[in-house]
Design a protein around this ligand. Structure first.
Ligand SMILES: NC(=O)c1ccc[n+]([C@@H]2O[C@H](COP(=O)([O-])OP(=O)(O)OC[C@H]3O[C@@H](n4cnc5c(N)ncnc54)[C@H](O)[C@@H]3O)[C@@H](O)[C@H]2O)c1
Length: 284
């Protein structure tokens, strides 16, 4: 059992898990199972990937966010200080067991966080789901188990399809990082939840899209984020955040691959020079 919180997603926690595995005499036939939210599944997958150069692992995601996103795709890792997911592996779990019963105890704030990733999927790949979300409310999903299960399944399939086509993020998988470049730079510096951070990141990615792709639906995206209780425009120290953003894994030397929208349901990847990006962020 680990203490809750993003602060636990560190090498020190992984070291303590490895010490326990040694104590239990775990061997290459051992399977490590992570039952919890995205923090737990990220840590479990990473610890299992490096112990004895890799043992099997499986996940039982217990938050909405981990059911629709974090448990799927095999990205496992930890944070290093303010730098999110800087160290990790890509290795697939042997199984993922979804059970909606875990939603019964989920606090409202964690439902909201889960919708951040659901809205992200809709923005980049599924305009029809975006319209469904526009016509529903969080309360309606919470009150109708069938509706929420269908939504979880739709999102799990969407992410699985993307990962199956591009496991190592050479192309389409990059789209799943919509809102994450700025979001990750904000998350640990301002102690935001992952959902809150990427919601703000998506808001500003829409603003940047307006300049680069001519995206015209920022208000629509902002409205849906607010409809599901997520933060949008926020005050932050632009210099400090740009400094953290430069360590994003999508940077290649002096350029950043940035996920933008052409229209709702169609994400695109554009290369922006760091100089231009710094200017854009200063002017946001
Ligand atoms: N690997 C990936 O592809 C990927 C994708 C998205 C997010 N992530 C990572 O996932 C993390 C966020 O995951 P999260 O939002 O699940 O946060 P989390 O794991 O911190 O869980 C949020 C809170 O909910 C509690 N909780 C979990 N299940 C519960 C339940 N059924 N009932 C009541 N409380 C419960 C936890 O104890 C915790 O306090 C971030 O670290 C993020 O970087 C990874």
């Amino acid at each position: 059992m680990l203490q809750p919180g993003e602060e636990q997603k560190t090498q020190a926690t992984v070291d303590s898990i490895i010490a326990q595995l040694i104590m239990m005499e775990a061997d290459r036939k051992t399977t490590l199972i992570g039952v919890g939210g995205g923090v737990i599944t990220d840590i479990t997958g990473y610890a299992a990937s490096i112990y004895m150069r890799g043992i099997k692992f499986g996940f039982v995601p217990t938050t909405l966010l981990s059911m629709v996103d974090a448990s799927i795709g095999g990205k496992n890792g930890i944070d290093v200080g303010i730098y999110k997911n800087l160290v990790g592996t890509i290795r697939q779990p042997s199984f993922i067991l979804h059970d909606p019963i875990f939603l019964n105890s989920l606090p409202q704030s964690e439902w909201i966080n889960g919708f951040a990733e659901i809205i992200k999927h809709a923005c980049i790949k599924d305009a029809a789901m975006f319209r469904e979300l526009e016509s529903n409310t969080l309360k309606k999903y919470q009150g109708r188990k069938v509706l929420v299960c269908k939504l979880i399944q739709r999102n799990a399939i969407l992410k699985t399809n993307v990962v199956q086509q591009d496991e190592f993020e050479n192309a389409d998988r990059k789209l799943l990082n919509f809102g994450h470049t700025l979001g990750h730079a904000l998350e640990n510096q301002y102690s935001l939840s992952h959902g809150q951070a990427i919601s703000i990141g998506m808001t500003y990615a829409c603003q940047i899209s307006k300049q680069i792709t001519g995206f015209k639906e920022t208000n629509r995206v902002v409205s849906i984020l607010e409809r599901y209780g997520l933060p949008t425009y926020a005050k932050f120290d632009k210099q400090k955040v740009f400094h953290a953003l430069k360590m994003d894994k999508k940077r290649e030397r002096k350029e950043m691959s940035y996920v933008l929208l052409e229209k709702v349901g169609t994400g695109v990847i554009k290369t922006i020079s760091l100089d231009q990006l710094e200017k854009i962020i200063q002017e946001l």
